[in-house]
Unconditional design. Sequence first.
Length: 302
Amino acid sequence: MSQNWDDMRYFLAVCRTSSFVAAAGELKVNHSTVARRISALEEALQTQLFHRTGKGCQLTHAGEKLLPYAEHLENTFIDLEESTSGKNLQLAGSVRIGAPDGIGNRFLASRLSRFQSDHPALEIELVAVPKYYSLAKREIDISITVRKPTEGNLVARKLTNYRFGLFASEEYLATHKPIRNREDLREHNIVGYIDDLLYDQELHYLDEFTPGLQANFRSSTVVGQISAIVAGAGIGIVPYFLAHPEPSLAPVLADYSIEREFWLQVNPDSRKLARVRTIIDFIVEQIEENRDLFLRHPIGGK
């Protein structure tokens, strides 16, 4: 049975807010109206579209199958309205981006906020721990990872290689034994990740500098590690692009580095949305323009 755009508008609002009350606020109607329209849509389609739970509305399997068709219909109506009004109406709605805390909070956040200022109807959500969200289930629109995806019906592209080096504070280096080679690291305080909280084993890299090296100050985030290193907690491995804006970091064994990759992934259905495609283009552009930050040692070195 075919459904009109108004039905899909209510359906999409509940999908994006996970709540009849929040959807009602977005649509500027009473929440009972939303509940009534969703129930009518479910009855017309003879299937349940949402699980009503104490934590909100979650899509059923049937709802997940309907979602890309509803979004396609939304795009069709937006295109039609644009063609008749001459206005760009596409960049509206919510986009959720999952990214590791370093590139997400320290590189993308400020840039995305400036991008959003040019598109005030666009809502951007930046999730610092993307592993808890599923692209396949449409819980997140864009995901940035440190390894190439090998499974799933996802679209992926490599963003850039990036390098890490050893850094410490000047105060720490002045008050501890000199470091002439990587074996000397064993006699120093090391800052690193909490092993069992690593969101990706690609970040288990202490052994690549000195086999068996263990951190005695640990944080689940690289931003936390940098704060500890700046405060004099010890020596840590810092991505170059995060070391550039930290003038208080001093290089340690600057000739040694390791390299990883950033990959961008997106659900094929999400990529059809103009707001998602535009943000992907923006992220790619920002990384291209700043590629030197990711590969060049901030204080001499290679």
